[in-house]
Design a protein around this ligand. Structure first.
Ligand code: CMP
Length: 139
């Protein structure tokens, strides 16, 4: 299992607010190399499958609605200790609790609309990367 890759999505709120450039700049400035990148839109079925682990949560319907309402930027990022370092860079799920300077502190509006996704394990990084990208799209 690789430990130098993670998967991210700049969520619909980030795209709507014109924050693709600033967020990608934060990511690359932090030492992450972009191994795959695309603008895409998830279908309802995509979002339900991607977030299947949250199916029983009260916010599931809201989450699927949010994640499908417009395009996202999907990316595979490469750096030593990628999963943990990226989660540090994005900050806590709830932007109100996120550390100063983190992406969610800077760009997220709420716990629901929290600007970015970051994989929570090396295994999920691999699964999520394959969910969004064909092998030939990852460099
Ligand atoms: P993330 O951690 O990337 O993946 C699960 C998402 O569910 C999370 O970001 C939020 O977008 C959303 N989420 C988590 N907790 C809540 C909550 N309490 N209310 C609404 N949405 C939530």
């Amino acid at each position: 299992m690789r430990t130098d890759r993670t998967f991210t999505m700049l969520k619909p709120d980030s795209v709507e607010k014109g924050n693709i450039g600033p967020i990608l700049e934060k990511i690359t400035s932090a030492g992450f190399k972009i191994a795959a990148l695309k603008l895409t839109q998830m279908t309802k079925a995509d979002a339900e499958a991607f977030y299947a682990v949250h199916k029983a949560r009260p916010f599931f319907g809201e989450l699927v609605e949010y994640m499908t309402r417009g395009p996202i930027v999907a990316a595979v990022l490469e750096k030593e200790n990628a999963v943990e370092d990226f989660r540090t860079l994005i900050g806590a799920t709830n932007p109100a609790e996120a550390a100063e300077g983190t992406i969610r502190k800077l760009y997220a509006a709420s716990i629901g609309e929290n600007a970015v996704h970051g994989s929570d394990s090396d295994e999920n990084a691999e699964i999520e990367s394959q969910f969004h990208f064909a092998g030939r799209e990852i460099f």
